[in-house]
Design a protein around this ligand. Structure first.
Ligand code: PLP
Length: 405
């Protein structure tokens, strides 16, 4: 399929280019001492991702350890409550550790093992990436340092406990707003010190090249499975595909299965409390081009051009930018990016729980809320939503803040 002069039949061969660019977005804006480390990772990945040993080991792990393929569920009662549109969810909440993130963590940790590294380093927001990476590190016998904002440590106590039980070292980050953005900075600094023995496992399709590409490739299993399963279930493609976008990894994984199809694709960003800067984290909707955390993308900036403070009820979505490939697909118009606020999110959280017996992560609830809105607009057809994770981690926080609805 050709869209806006881009041939999507050959899209994955051409994007990113050899320097990690998706159009003008992406690249690797890093200190000189890390250039070599990134090149080493890039070369290792290029060799390994083609080796049948690596591919078959990853396949075996996905099946025997992660429990893949995860199913697609038809949401009969929720669909019925909205009219004539059929809603479906891809159940990444049933992936081991309860979210999509283990898909790229097992890939990154397997790469670390092939490269002879002893340690994995990462930041985490909701704690999901930390848990997923701690799980992968335990599986492969690697050391694991997880940087986490003090605010998120409080908000996500069960995930902190999980990481510690899995043997990871949780490093508390207290400066600034003490959330995901500061944790990213701290983890990056640690990597600069330790890159000879360690590998930095980025938690989304962000950071310097080759991470946005590697994480997309590891997550593409979601879209590939979903397309096949949906065709088998219904005999056709969905009319629309929806996923929430923080950094953008679950969305990129899902979207990559459908970019070359006549399917409308929607990325959902968190509008939080409203449109004022600082009240949301809708970077693609309200941001401008800029460089942060080693890559060029669309980002939310403060008056000094630095990454702006952001907010979302979902700690996994409160990041002031999104992956470069999303910025590219945004400008191209191939994916439409829209927003959902906290209230709509909480409403969807309870609707999916009550009507379907699935408690979604607050992050994923943004996608569910958008799917529900879209269903009313479309009037007929089908929508496939990526349910990126389960909501057990969010239950205490939601009951405390919103009560039972
Ligand atoms: C981390 C997380 C997200 C956001 O990350 P992306 O890279 O945008 O996918 C979404 N959902 C869940 C459940 C998460 O844990």
């Amino acid at each position: 399929m050709t869209f806006n002069n881009i041939d999507f039949n050959t899209y994955f061969k051409n994007y990113p280019d050899a320097n990690g660019y998706y159009g003008k977005y992406g690249g690797a804006y890093i200190p000189p001492e890390l250039k070599k480390a990134m090149e080493e990772i890039n070369e290792a990945y290029f060799t390994i991702c083609k080796s049948s040993k690596f591919i078959s080991e990853l396949r075996r792990i996905r099946k025997e350890f992660q429990g893949r393929p995860t199913p697609i569920s038809y949401l009969e009662r929720l669909s019925g409550s909205l009219g004539n549109v059929q809603l479906y969810v891809k159940r990444e909440d049933l992936n081991h550790t309860g979210a999509h993130k283990l898909n790229h963590c097992m890939g990154e940790a397997l790469l670390a093992k092939y490269m002879g590294k002893k340690k994995v380093i990462a930041e985490t927001g909701a704690g999901q990436h930390g848990v997923a990476l701690a799980t992968a590190a335990a599986y492969f016998g690697l050391e694991c340092d997880i940087y986490m904002g003090a605010v998120d440590i409080k908000k996500q106590a069960p995930n902190v406990a999980r990481m510690k039980i899995l043997g990871a070292n949780v490093v508390e980050v207290t400066h600034g707003l003490a959330t995901l953005k500061e944790a990213v900075d701290a983890a990056f600094e640690a990597y600069c010190r330790e890159y000879k023995d360690a590998i930095y496992c980025i938690g989304s399709v962000v950071g310097p090249h080759p991470f946005p590409m590697m994480v997309r490739d590891f997550q593409s299993v979601v879209g590939i499975e979903a397309r096949e399963q949906f065709m088998e279930m219904t005999g056709e493609l969905p009319d629309a595909v929806v996923a929430c976008v923080g950094g953008g990894s679950n969305a990129m994984g899902m979207f990559s299965g459908f970019l070359n199809d006549p399917v409308d694709i929607y990325g959902v960003e968190p509008l939080g409390r409203g449109t004022a800067l600082g009240d949301h984290a809708a970077s693609l909707k309200y941001g401008t081009e800029g460089i942060m955390h080693g890559f060029n993308s669309i980002m939310l900036k403060d008056e000094n051009g630095e990454p702006a403070p952001v907010y979302s009820v979902a700690s996994g979505l409160d990041y002031p930018s999104s992956g470069p490939e999303h910025a590219f697909l945004h400008d191209l118009g191939r994916v439409k990016y829209d927003v959902i606020d906290d209230e709509e999110t909480i409403d969807a959280f309870f609707k999916l729980s009550r009507l379907e017996g699935i408690i979604p992560a607050i992050e994923s609830s943004h996608a569910v809320a958008y799917g529900m809105k879209l269903a009313k607009e479309m009037g007929k057809g089908s929508i496939l939503i990526n349910l990126s994770g389960r909501g057990d981690k969010d239950m205490d926080y939601i009951i405390e803040k919103y009560g039972i609805r």
